[in-house]
Design a protein around this ligand. Sequence first.
Ligand SMILES: Nc1ncnc2c1ncn2[C@@H]1O[C@H](COP(=O)(O)OP(=O)(O)OP(=O)(O)O)[C@@H](O)[C@H]1O
Ligand SMILES: [Mg+2]
Length: 243
Amino acid sequence: MQLEFCGLSKQFGEHQALSDVTLTIPEFQALAIIGPSGGGKTTLLRLIAGLEIPEKGHLSINSRRLEVHEEALLAHRRTVGTVFQAYNLFPHLTALENVVLPLVKVHGLSAREALDTAGALFERFQLAGHAQRRPAELSGGQQQRVAIVRAIAIKPRFLLFDEPTSALDPEMTAEVLDFIMELRGEGRDLIIVTHNMGFAREVSDQCLFIADGEVQESGHSSELFRSPHTPSLVNFLAKVLRY
Ligand SMILES: Nc1ncnc2c1ncn2[C@@H]1O[C@H](COP(=O)(O)OP(=O)(O)OP(=O)(O)O)[C@@H](O)[C@H]1O
Ligand SMILES: [Mg+2]
């Protein structure tokens, strides 16, 4: 896929979360977004998902400009699979129901079609044994995998991940990162905000470094990690790779 930002700005009250981001990201399959806390990563992801509206500027996905009127945004959101840090599963529903419900309520599938779709995905991703459990009966890693299956079930054009493993211990982190690598292997388009630099480097072909509301550096991931140019990225990598 391909992304273009044109003078994109987003403000929260007095705070400029993103200022005048103008950038074309060439064709990629997986884009990693890295940078310090508060830099604007989630804000950019939410703009791409159509969950926030910019004050100024616009963005295009695969050369199609994202219109910001309500109808267009609603339609857009239905085509994007999003996975957040907290799994956001409904606690009173089983894992399977968590996937089935949006398919029926939001995407208009019949109950039968939704069950077939969800059941096939649970089988394929080794979650069938957990289908009838409620989120509280699943580990964090299992819950996050269910959340990812829910995002895939809607047949999204692409998937957005916002720090999908930051609430997980190392073993579960590996389980979820393996899952995301598998999705990449299937040829799905991914945009991933992560603090895990080893993973960012491995999974992505393009990378954005965002700090202070600006894209300070971008490019091919292998190149960007091997020889960062801007002092801010050099400092950031030195800090996060120290331990
Ligand atoms: N809904 C909001 N209301 C007010 N301020 C917000 C809101 N969302 C984000 N901000 C502010 O905008 C700035 C950018 O936030 P953002 O969540 O995009 O950062 P981030 O790079 O994702 O950080 P982190 O790595 O901690 O998740 C922060 O200073 C944050 O406090
Ligand atoms: Mg964030």
